[in-house]
Design a protein around this ligand. Structure first.
Ligand SMILES: [Zn+2]
Length: 315
C-alpha cells in the first residue's frame, strides 16, 4: 500500500534535517562556560534586540532570518534551521508565516524547546496585510491578516521586552535578579524614548506618511500618523494600480516616503517622480529597533521643521 502522505511534506522534510543536525558529527568546540548558557533562538533580527538587552551575557542567542530577508516570504535553509536544533527557547512574533513551519519542524526534532510568541497583549492591527491572496488556504495560520510588524513601535517593544523577560526567567530562574534589573532599565529607556518621540511628532499628528510596504503601521498608530502604502504585497504593482495609489497619495500631501532596500523595485522612482518625495531608506528588520524607529521619527520631524520654516519665509 502507498504510504500516507504527510499533511505538510515541507515540515516532515525540515524535521528530518533538524534531526540529522543534532548528531555529534562536526560538533564545534566552544568555551565551556558559553556551552552551559541557555540557548535562545529568535526568528527575526528585531527579536534579538530584546534577548541581548535583557539576557546580556547570561544567554546565547541565534537568529534564523537575516536582516536582508523578507520575513513574510522567508524560507529558512537547513543551516539556518540547525541553529534551533539544540535551543531551549525560541522567541517568535507569532505572526509570520515561516515561524509556524519552523515551530512544527523544531518541535518534532527538539521536543524540549519552549516556543514563546511575543505579541502578548499587543492590540494587533488588521487590514494592512492581505495574506489570503496566494491561491492557497491556510486554516492553521496564526498570523491571519494581522500586521506582523509589531516591533516597529516603542510601545509594543515594552510589551515584547516583558515577554522576553518572562521567557528568559523560565529558562534560567537563577538569573532572575540580573534579568529583572535589565528589564527595568530597558523599560525606562523605551518609555523615555517614546515620550520624547511623542513630543517631537506632536505637530505632525493626522498627517500622512507614504511607505512602499506597510511596515510602520504600529509606529503610525502610536503617534497619530496615517500610513499609506504604495507597493503591492510582495508583487510588482500594475501600472493602473500604482497610478491609483499615487493619485490618492498626492491628494493626502504626504510628508515623507519610506522605502525598504529589500523591496528592490524601480517603481520607487515612479513614486518620487509623482510626489516629489525622495525615498528615505529605512531598515525595519534591523536588529537595532531603536535606530530604525529613530530614523523614521527624524525624517518626519525634519520635514515638519522644513514645512514650518517655509511657512515663516513665505509670510
Ligand atoms: Zn509586512
Amino acid at each position: 500500500m502507498t504510504a500516507r502522505i504527510p499533511q505538510c511534506p515541507t515540515i516532515a522534510f525540515l524535521a528530518a534535517i533538524l534531526a540529522s543536525g543534532c548528531s555529534g558529527n562536526g560538533k564545534q568546540a566552544e568555551p565551556a562556560n558559553k556551552e552551559e548558557l541557555p540557548r535562545v533562538v529568535v526568528t527575526i533580527p528585531p527579536l534579538k534586540y530584546f534577548v541581548d538587552r535583557i539576557g546580556g551575557d547570561r544567554v546565547t542567542v541565534e537568529c534564523l532570518a537575516p536582516a536582508s530577508a523578507d520575513p513574510e516570504t522567508f524560507e529558512p535553509s537547513m543551516a539556518q534551521l540547525r541553529k534551533a536544533s539544540n535551543a531551549e527557547l525560541m522567541l517568535t512574533t507569532g505572526l509570520l508565516p515561516f515561524e509556524e513551519k519552523v515551530a512544527e519542524a523544531i518541535s518534532s526534532s527538539n521536543p524540549g524547546i519552549r516556543i514563546t510568541p511575543l505579541n502578548g497583549s499587543i492590540k494587533l492591527i488588521e487590514g494592512t496585510h492581505d495574506h489570503g491572496d496566494d491561491g492557497h488556504s491556510h486554516p492553521h495560520e496564526p498570523h491571519g491578516n494581522y500586521d506582523p510588524h509589531i516591533w516597529t513601535s516603542l510601545r509594543n517593544a515594552r510589551t515584547m521586552a516583558r515577554g522576553t523577560y518572562e521567557a528568559l526567567l523560565a529558562a534560567s530562574p537563577a538569573d532572575s535578579l540580573y534579568f529583572k534589573s535589565r528589564l527595568d532599565s530597558l523599560d525606562h529607556h523605551l518609555d523615555s524614548l517614546d515620550m520624547a518621540t511623542s513630543i517631537r511628532l506632536a505637530p505632525t499628528k493626522g498627517r500622512t506618511i507614504l511607505v512602499w510596504h506597510p511596515s510602520l503601521s504600529y509606529f503610525a498608530r502610536d503617534y497619530g500618523l496615517h500610513q499609506l502604502a504604495i507597493g503591492n504585497e510582495h508583487k510588482e504593482s500594475s501600472i493602473t494600480g500604482l497610478k491609483e495609489r499615487l493619485d490618492l497619495a498626492r491628494h493626502e500631501k504626504p510628508m515623507v516616503f519610506f522605502y525598504q532596500r529589500e523591496y528592490d523595485s524601480r517603481q520607487a522612482e515612479t513614486v518620487t517622480d509623482a510626489t516629489g518625495l525622495h525615498p528615505v531608506t529605512i531598515a525595519p528588520l534591523s536588529e537595532n529597533i531603536e535606530e530604525a524607529i529613530n530614523k523614521a521619527a527624524d525624517a518626519i520631524a525634519g520635514t515638519a521643521d522644513n514645512d514650518n520654516n517655509n511657512d515663516t519665509t513665505q509670510k
